[in-house]
Design a protein around this ligand. Structure first.
Ligand code: NAD
Ligand code: UD1
Length: 346
């Protein structure tokens, strides 16, 4: 416990959706995060709320860019950082198709800059936000970590390139501890309703869109396709509560510290349970107390029919499994949306 309290964890992108929830779990587990975020898709208000929820004065925060090597050097000199959790990046698939260079620059270039700074300062422990997107269009489900990887868009390719870069780094320096955490579909919010997902503009993803229909921003949800080879014809995904996801990161960090897992770790973080779009509409309607209006429209380009994890490896290596089910995901997402109809108001 004492060792944990002395640890400093650099959290890039820590003001964002998953990063802010992970900062909270880190603090509650006795770690001390230091956040670097350029706020291109977030607000520092999330960190003020994390501090309040944890009963600490503040979460140390530096506004800035992971591509700024001199800034990274100052942070590594200022704080005794032993580990890095790396959430910073751009994540909108459609935008990545329109602006591929921005995605390679920010995601791949940013990670390169970060890892080079870690190397300069002798820090060799990194937990990276990968994605189920690295499985491309999977040939079968549930998806295991040893399935072939591929990309269907520049966002996905940036995650693949980063995974490859980190695998090469591990090959050259086996002492590096590198976790590639492949998230399935993160949803929900902290049960307090104080922190949550706050997408800019019209949400691309299902859950925040449904939440905004529920709160009256949008009239109805468009369901992208009802002719998939799934039980009700709509797309099936593995939705995972963001609090479970955040706890998975803390587990990975603790396992590296304890030396109980291989130094290169590629692990799915999902529930293993697939739900269709209509399952989500139904469950959210129950959580908010009124039905979610929807219309069927054509498929969205690039969508796969069914994508869900085999979560066995995370259980085996990290002793982690998702605990929160669909009703908690919808309840907490609704709580957050209802209490903060315009998000953090950045
Ligand atoms: P988010 O946009 O809420 O968080 C990302 C954070 O990184 C933001 O606060 C943003 O301001 C910051 N950032 C972006 N570029 C930066 C840079 N160059 N320097 C410093 N800060 C920068 O997104 P999120 O949903 O919390 O996702 C976190 C990570 O998880 C991302 O890498 C994303 O690709 C990955 N991921 C997300 C999902 C998902 O559905 N949310 C799924 C799989 C993987
Ligand atoms: C999308 C990205 C994926 C990324 C993930 C998390 C695409 C093609 N894939 O995954 O790379 O890792 O987000 O950011 O964009 N849906 C609707 N109506 C909507 C929105 C979504 O019916 O308004 C459906 C989709 O067709 C899908 C399901 O809901 O079947 C989930 O969609 P979404 O939340 O966007 O996640 P993914 O498509 O799984």
């Amino acid at each position: 416990m004492v060792a944990q309290q002395q640890s400093r964890v650099l959290v890039t992108g820590g003001a964002g959706y998953i990063g802010s929830h992970t900062c909270l779990e880190l603090i509650n587990s006795g770690y001390q995060p230091v956040v670097l975020d350029n706020l291109c898709n977030s607000s520092a208000e999330s960190l003020r709320r994390v501090a309040a929820l944890c009963g600490v004065d503040a979460v140390p925060f530096q506004q800035g860019d992971i591509r700024d090597g001199a800034l990274l050097d100052r942070l590594f000199e200022q704080y005794p950082i032993r580990s890095v959790m790396h959430f910073a990046g751009l994540k909108a698939v459609g935008e990545s198709v329109a602006q591929p260079l921005a995605y390679y620059d920010n995601n791949v270039g940013g990670t390169l800059s970060l890892v080079q700074a870690m190397q300069r300062h002798g820090v060799q422990r990194l937990i990276f936000s990968s994605s189920a997107t690295v499985y491309g269009d999977p040939c079968t489900v549930p998806i295991r970590e040893d399935f072939p990887r591929s990309a269907t868009n520049p966002y996905g390719r940036s995650k693949l390139m980063i995974e490859d870069m980190l695998m090469d780094l591990h090959q050259a320096g086996p002492d590096w501890q590198l976790a590639l955490l492949r998230y399935f579909n993160p949803v929900g919010a902290h049960p307090s309703g104080r922190i949550g997902e706050d997408p800019r503009g019209i949400p691309n993803n299902l859950m925040p869109y449904i939440a905004r229909v529920a709160v009256g921003w949008y009239e109805q949800l468009s369901v992208f396709g009802n002719d998939f080879p799934t039980p009700d014809g709509t797309g099936v995904r593995d939705y995972i509560h963001v609090v479970d996801l955040a706890k998975g990161h803390v587990r990975a960090l603790a396992a590296f510290e304890a030396g109980t897992v291989p130094n290169l770790l590629a692990v799915n973080l999902g529930t293993g349970q697939g739900y269709s779009v209509l399952d989500m509409v139904q469950a959210f309607g129950e959580a908010c107390g009124r039905p979610i209006p929807y219309q069927m429209v054509g498929r969205r380009a690039g969508d796969v029919a069914s994508c869900f994890a085999d979560p066995a490896l995370a259980q085996q290596l990290l002793g982690w499994r998702a605990e929160l089910g669909l009703s908690a995901m919808c309840r907490d997402s609704w709580n957050w949306q209802y209490a903060n109809p315009t998000g953090y108001d950045r």
